[in-house]
Design a protein. Structure first.
Length: 76
């Protein structure tokens, strides 16, 4: 996997994860991975960043990305 993920790739990963693991319960709770990716996405929007170096992320963020960003994607 490339060490860079664009905000567009992150958004697509969130959409894939939400489709596979919809929110549940009366509160509409997100899965841990979806919430983690959503938090990262929000941070990138706040910073007006086009993407992020995966090496700078927390373990939880990297795990969520590895689960939901296709391995064969083109380098960002």
């Amino acid at each position: 996997m490339s060490s860079w993920i664009s905000i567009g790739e992150l958004e697509a990963a969130i959409n894939r994860a939400r489709a596979a693991q919809p929110a549940s319960g009366a509160e509409g709770s997100l899965t841990r991975e979806v919430a983690t990716l959503g938090g990262l996405y929000g941070r990138l929007i706040w910073e007006r960043a086009e993407g992020v170096d995966v090496a700078t992320l927390s373990d939880a963020q990297r795990v969520a990305i590895e689960l939901w960003v296709p391995a064969g994607r083109s380098a960002g």
